[in-house]
Ligand binder design. Structure first.
Ligand code: CDP
Length: 572
């Protein structure tokens, strides 16, 4: 296997099976063999005389060629006693002590098994409202979020990673101001990403500069009015300050809810790419786009659509099998998950692909390619899902889904999601998700702050090919991060090798929207801002994301979290 140094480090530390003394008792090849065998085993459940050995070989090759990798829990747990294979869960939080602490318990079980959880706290009554049984006063959503946060702190995910949560509050909840500012201090509620659940009504009020009502979730009556532009400004200012809160467009998540009769989608998973109904889970997997290129005899690259189609089909087969062999942490989750059988196939290495194709990330050509690639992937994935529905049957709620009577029966309620691919892209040795390259030479922080200095392999390869590579030049690139001002590099290289901070927030959003257009679920994307970006630019970006049909936005302004840490520790 062609596995890089960093990949090996990550695998050894967190993925390979260990004995009770913490020594690895599995090689990398054995890991992929274990996963391939476990996942292929599902074929035998559908058809007793299935040739599972040949399916296993195809899954093994798919992964060891690094053409596709499933999400981390599948790599860690498939074929092992724990057997919990999904990254994404959403749990309901009801407005009673019993329901709140039931959700805390369920979240702990999910974290222990390696999954991440999303919650909406919008059903909880506002802080200060009365509690009938005791005549006391309710603490409100934010104080309960702190309880979830502490519980998460105490439970390590399967002993390998700390639990991740998404916390969402509707913009019309009476505690919205407290929620927007609950992470103003970086040291608070650290195990949560938070997002404000935005409604169309709110956005219209922002655009027309009017007020909107805050509604008591208990009585459904109007508590007071707020100025929409003022609340919007507050969200934007806080995001500018340290990246939180993000926003999600609730009405859009529900417009794409494939089974509206089952209730409302209130939340996504921790990184925002997977909207789910309460108790639903979803397993993800991503195709490495770098491996979907072909090189002609002149050294020019093009997209190999034939290979991409085959890879998509095998990946859909793989992810549908995962639903079958998954050991769900809670029975109710198994029941609900199997009603829609959602899978989330996505991509990684998109930026690396662009580098080989010689296309700058911030160009119309790149946006068009992103859109057409994703259209191709979703259409191929859906066709495969329809094919699987033949022998395996459609997902049980197909008859009441938005697809009924419009398409042929489908095995899976959704097929595509763009995940962050934080760890699996390190294993595959490619750029993460659809993100631009953060820097061409940098020090990456992996678990436990192990420092890994890196030079982008595509840059190195192309500079060597053109006889431009030198140690001195690499050091210079490491110092400056961006190639934009390195005069000794040819213009075409400086134009193509753009990094996150060379790219305008608008270009980030245009790329997110291009992928979203043909993605069933949502897109994980961070819009990077320069340190000196104005609050107004963040505001414009949020509005653009709304206009272009994105399902949410996450931003990060360079240095906005570090700077706070520096300020605290500074002695002067
Ligand atoms: O690359 P990997 O499969 O490890 O994960 P990712 O694509 O970066 O994240 C996908 C999802 O995994 C997130 O949205 C979370 O739902 C979950 N996750 C988690 O629960 N805990 C983490 N520390 C990281 C991710």
């Amino acid at each position: 296997m062609n596995i890089g140094k960093n990949a090996l480090m990550v695998l050894e530390k967190r993925y390979l099976t260990k004995d009770e003394n913490g020594n690895n008792i599995e090689t990398v090849e054995e890991l992929f063999r274990r996963v391939a065998a476990a996942v292929a085993g599902a074929d035998g459940l559908f058809c007793p005389d299935a040739d599972t050995a040949s399916v296993e070989k195809r899954f093994y090759d798919l992964m060891t060629n690094l053409d596709f990798l499933p999400n981390s829990p599948t790599l860690m747990n498939a074929g092992r006693p724990l057997g919990q294979l999904s990254a994404c869960f959403v749990l309901p939080v009801g407005d009673s002590m019993e329901e709140i602490f039931e959700a805390v318990k369920q979240a702990a079980l999910i974290h222990k098994s390696g999954g991440g959880t999303g919650f909406s706290f919008s059903r909880l009554r506002a802080a200060g409202s009365t509690v009938r049984s005791t005549g006391g006063v309710a603490s409100g959503p934010v104080s309960f979020m702190r309880v979830f946060n502490m519980a998460t702190e105490a439970v390590k995910q399967g002993g390998t990673r700390r639990g991740a949560n998404m916390g969402i509050l509707r913009v019309d909840h009476p505690d919205i101001r407290e929620f927007i500012t609950c992470k103003t201090n970086n040291a608070d509620i650290t195990n949560f990403n938070i997002s404000v659940g935005i409604t169309e009504a709110f956005m219209r009020a922002v655009e027309s500069g009017t007020s909107y009502p805050l509604i008591d979730p208990k009585t459904k009556s109007v508590v007071r009015e707020e100025s929409a532009p003022e609340i919007f400004r507050m969200i934007v200012e806080n995001a500018w300050r340290n990246g939180e809160p993000g926003i999600i467009f609730l009405d859009r998540l529900n417009r794409d809810n494939i089974v509206p009769g089952q209730g409302e989608i209130e939340s996504t998973n921790p990184c925002g790419e997977q909207p789910l109904l309460p108790y639903e889970s979803c397993n993800l997997g991503s195709i490495n786009l770098v491996n979907m290129l072909k090189e002609d005899e002149n050294g020019n690259y093009t997209v190999d659509y034939g290979k991409l189609k085959e890879t998509v089909e095998l990946a859909v087969h793989f992810l549908d099998n995962v639903i079958e062999i998954n050991k769900y942490p809670i029975e109710k989750i198994e029941e609900v998950t199997k009603l829609t059988r959602k899978i989330g196939l996505g991509v990684m290495g998109f930026s690396d692909m662009l580098l080989y194709l010689g296309i700058p990330y911030d160009s119309q050509q790149a946006v068009s390619l992103g859109e057409s690639l994703m259209q191709f992937i979703t259409e191929s994935a859906r066709a495969k899902s329809a094919e699987l529905a033949g022998p395996r049957g459609p997902f049980p709620l197909f008859g009441e889904s938005i697809y009924a009577g419009k398409t042929e029966p489908l095995r899976n309620g959704t097929v595509t999601t763009i995940a962050p691919t934080g760890t699996i892209s390190i294993i595959a040795g490619c750029s993460s998700g659809i993100e631009p390259i953060f820097a061409y030479a940098f020090v990456r922080n992996v678990m436990d702050n192990t420092e890994l200095p890196e030079v982008n392999p595509v840059l190195e390869e192309i500079l060597r090919k053109r006889g431009l590579y030198s140690g001195e030049l690499m050091r210079k690139i490491a110092d400056q991060g961006s190639l934009a001002d390195i005069q000794e590099l040819p213009e075409d290289i400086r134009r193509v090798f753009v990094c996150s901070h060379d790219i305008s927030p608008e270009s980030h959003i245009r790329m997110q929207a291009a992928f979203q257009k043909y993605t069933d679920n949502a897109v994980s994307k961070t819009v990077n801002f320069r340190h000196d970006a104005a609050v107004e630019e963040v505001s414009k970006t949020y509005l653009l994301a709304y206009r272009l049909g994105c399902k949410g936005v996450t931003i990060y302004r360079d240095g906005s979290r570090d700077s706070q840490v520096l300020n605290i520790g500074k002695v002067n």
